[in-house]
Design a protein around this ligand. Structure first.
Ligand code: AMP
Ligand code: MG
Length: 813
């Protein structure tokens, strides 16, 4: 209720006392705070800090200052006239302006609702991780969404009833928002502020330097700038604000209180929170001070708020002990993000109801309020679906120009004597108000122009990529493949999939676009070059091709040394090393035995022991002479032969990866022959490529799944063996016995720095068996091995860097 006498008394008090009195009366500003400090701002701060360090620190305060003047001008009008802005637009300007404002406010509310659900769900998932529970599955996420949605409906219902518990709810949210601000402030204090850069960043000097530098503004910076502008004061906030004033019956005497309320309730927490967050992210995961902008090339900004946890963990570790830092960070980020998301969900729903009720005729008010309160709830899809970027781009692009249009309407109204009466500003004040509002219109129009330009281009390419991605599903390798790779349900669809047949198997490469790539077609030539590398290697090392160097070696190397190309020599030397290190379990000279057992399978009769012994006499790397200087290979016995079935695909994959990296691609997955993988980088916003190993005995089951980045992986499985005379003829031979390997291994997976090594080892594990593999791994910490047999599945050297509930293997490449 209006407390006019009080306010008149307060207005006469000195400034200090006035502030104290106002502090106890604030209200609508905090409502704005809940709305503006949502998923959009958090995401934009994380992106800005991780990409450009301190350089964009000016964006949020500037946007907030403009927003403050716009809302203050609205407060001035509403407090003076007591009229409802939507009706004023309709009657005093033109119905078009009213409709455009209302519709875009609703569209913005619904769209900006989606990231709130993903923020809330990620917060809850982070809490689960803190408690050691994996909530990051489709099913649990849907359950989280349902609970959040129902709770939100309950709170909104309480609002309509004015229930008493709301005070506690509002206090809890406020405290958590401030706890987050304090948490980031702590990180800033402990990691230190680079004061010079801070000054250059807030004043925009360093950014201006970039604008006028030879490189200019990197295109990747435009999104965060425009996004930061848009996320500060949105068009739906402009709509909701005047009505929360009217509801409180704030009139003429509340003007000063309203300004104070906006500053303390909305602007201050927002500027502090976003500022601390940007500095904290920049200090910890941002670019090195001298190297700002370098990260823009890969454009790997933070996309999931849980990636912030490592930012906080070390600082908290100082206070609660190193081991607990991460858990406390998880708890706070989890709780805080869930609270921020949830409170924004509530305000959005309330705003939707307000706007709907205002736009429709009075007699439908009740229905309109109900429907428009529930409309944003479709955002619940955000719990499982990342932001639908194409939809968001289209809508925000269309809505962007309407914000300056609406502000222009308020500017016109402020200068209408017939509307404002005596409250119309005069003299110097009039100039000040008009300057600030005009500046808002101009800057917001410019941002809208940038958004339109940038988004139009993006939308076009997005469509191109999207159609390409749809295509990728058809190209996926056969279901029976021993390993599965799932593409992230990506925010970033700027990738393309290419397939190729070589080495009697299928190859499929996923290449993420470089910043300069506009269409999937631009990646095609890179993929083709890599496929040509594979074909070329096959042409030299295949024993099936009569003209290959390998065939020549197998024909003539017992007579005289045969010249081979340098990469062939490189592969042979890797093969020799693995052979030495596995005690001869891996041996590319096993060919005579392979031939013998193949014959046996065809003839359906086991070979004589003498024949096995004879073939065994032709096997062994000590009988293969390599001369790296002359680049030749020679055999000590006639009848020897080499087979690269266990290493060739991996080696070719390594060479293909080199070719792809030479072209500046930093994110790719090369999948060869359905059993080997080279992971280059990780898909944007993830810690690695998601890989699953199929159970060879039940193709519907996975033995395990995990993520890999900058590593190679290879898996071998013992398929259904041919049985002759009660003996199982597998395709892997134990060179020691001369017989098919019968170890306790049914499936072997190796994660290693190179695919050649992973491929060779995955074969060797079958021969070595579980115990010898374990010993090998103790001496070779570089190799991570998963073996699965009748007794279950075991991992060696697995050091999970668990970020998201799954093990992630990342690092060297
Ligand atoms: P992979 O599918 O990578 O496990 O390779 C299996 C192939 O490697 C077999 O089909 C043979 O061509 C070959 N091979 C069989 N036994 C050995 C062995 N002990 N060392 C090296 N290669 C082998
Ligand atoms: Mg292999």
């Amino acid at each position: 209720m209006a407390a006019t006498p009080d306010l008149e008394r307060i207005a006469a008090e000195p400034l200090g006392k006035r502030i104290g009195a106002y502090w106890r009366m604030t209200g609508p500003g905090y409502m704005q705070s809940a709305m503006t400090l949502g998923g959009g701002s958090v995401a934009s701060c994380a992106a800005v800090g991780s990409l450009l360090g301190y350089e964009l620190l000016w964006v949020q305060p500037l946007a907030m200052m403009l927003g403050f003047f716009v809302l203050a001008a609205i407060a001035k009008q509403v407090c003076a006239t007591g009229e409802r802005p939507y009706d004023v637009f309709w009657t005093r300007l033109h119905p078009f302006f009213a409709l455009a404002w209302g519709v875009s406010a609703i569209v913005a509310t619904v769209l900006w609702h989606i990231p709130q659900y993903s923020l809330t769900a990620n917060g809850v998932v982070a809490l689960g991780e803190g408690a050691g529970v994996n909530l990051d599955t489709q099913g649990t996420r849907i359950a989280i969404g349902a609970v959040v949605l129902l709770s939100a409906c309950a709170v909104v219902y309480m609002y309509s009833r004015g229930a008493a518990g709301l005070k506690w709810y509002e206090r809890a949210v406020k405290s958590l928002v401030w706890a987050i601000v304090i948490a980031f402030a702590l990180v800033v204090i402990t990691t230190g502020v680079r004061w010079g850069d801070l000054f250059l960043g807030i004043t925009g000097v360093s950014f201006l330097q970039r604008v006028f530098s030879a490189e200019g503004v990197p295109p990747a910076a435009i999104g965060p700038i425009v996004g930061g502008m848009a996320a500060a004061v949105g068009i739906n906030m402009v709509f909701l604000y005047p009505y929360s004033l009217l509801r409180k019956n704030w009139g003429k005497h509340h003007k000063e209180l309203a300004f104070f309320d906006l500053l303390s309730g909305m602007a201050l927490p927002f500027i502090l929170a976003t500022g601390f967050m940007i500095i904290a992210v920049a200090n910890t995961v941002g670019p090195d001070p001298g190297d700002v902008g370098s990260k823009l090339e890969g454009a790997q900004s933070i996309r999931d708020i849980r990636q912030i946890i490592p930012v906080l963990a070390p600082t908290f570790g100082n206070f609660v002990g190193e081991g607990n830092g991460e858990s406390v960070a998880r708890l706070l980020i989890g709780l805080g993000m869930a609270a921020i998301g949830f409170s924004t969900i509530i305000t959005h729903m309330l705003a939707g109801g307000f706007i709907g009720a205002e736009m429709l005729p009075d007699r439908y008010e009740k229905q309109a309020r109900l429907i428009f309160t529930l409309l944003p709830a479709i955002g619940v899809v955000g719990v499982v679906m990342p932001f639908p970027i194409t939809l968001a781009i289209t809508a925000s692009t269309l809505a962007a120009p309407l914000m300056p249009l609406t502000v222009a309407c308020f500017l016109v109204l402020l200068n209408k004597k017939s509307f404002m009466g005596d409250a119309m500003p005069t003299g110097g004040y009039r100039i000040l108000w008009n300057t600030m509002l005009a500046a808002s219109v101009i800057i917001m129009s410019f941002a809208a122009y940038l958004a339109l330009k940038d988004n139009w281009g993006k939308l076009k390419t997005e469509m191109g990529w999207a159609s390409n991605v749809a295509h990728a599903a058809e190209k996926a390798p056969a279901d029976a493949a021993p390993l599965t790779v799932s593409m992230p349900d990506g925010l970033d669809t700027r990738y393309a999939v290419f397939t190729h047949d070589a080495m009697a198997t299928e190859w499929s490469f996923v290449l993420y676009a470089r910043p300069q790539d506009q269409t999937p077609g631009e990646l095609r030539s890179i993929a083709d070059e890599a496929f040509a590398v594979i074909d070329d290697i096959e042409g030299r090392i295949s024993r099936w091709k009569p003209g290959s160097q390998a065939s020549e070696v197998n024909r003539r190397a017992a007579e005289s040394p045969v010249r081979i190309s340098p990469d062939f020599m490189e592969m042979l030397r890797i093969a020799r090393t693995v052979s030495d290190e596995t005690g001869g379990a891996f041996d590319v000279s096993v060919m005579p035995l392979i031939a013998l057992w193949k014959e046996a399978a065809q003839a359906n009769a086991l070979p004589e022991d003498a024949a096995v012994a004879a073939a065994k006499g032709l096997v062994g790397m000590d009988r293969v002479v390599l001369d790296p200087k002359a680049s030749t290979v020679a055999f000590k016995e006639a009848g020897m032969a080499l087979d690269f079935g266990a290493i060739g695909k991996g080696f070719a994959l390594d060479k293909a990866a080199e070719a792809i990296k030479r072209h500046g691609i930093t994110t790719a997955l090369l999948h060869g022959g359905t059993s080997s993988i080279v992971a280059i980088g990780a898909p944007p916003g993830t810690t690695g490529w998601s890989v699953g190993i199929r159970d060879p005995h039940d193709e519907t089951q996975l033995l395990d799944d995990f993520r890999i980045a900058d590593h190679a992986l290879s898996t071998s499985a013992q398929g259904r063996p041919i049985v002759v005379d009660g003996e199982e003829l597998g395709h892997i031979i134990d060179p020691k016995t001369g017989r098919p390997a019968h170890s306790d291994v049914l499936s072997a997976t190796v994660i290693a720095p190179t695919a050649a090594l992973a491929d060779a080892l995955s074969t060797a594990v079958f021969v070595m068996g579980v115990e010898r593999t374990k010993v090998y791994c103790q001496d070779h910490p570089d190799a991570v091995v998963m073996v699965s047999g009748p007794g279950g599945t075991a991992w060696f050297n697995r050091v999970p860097g668990s970020v998201d509930g799954k093990s992630t293997f990342s690092g060297r490449s």
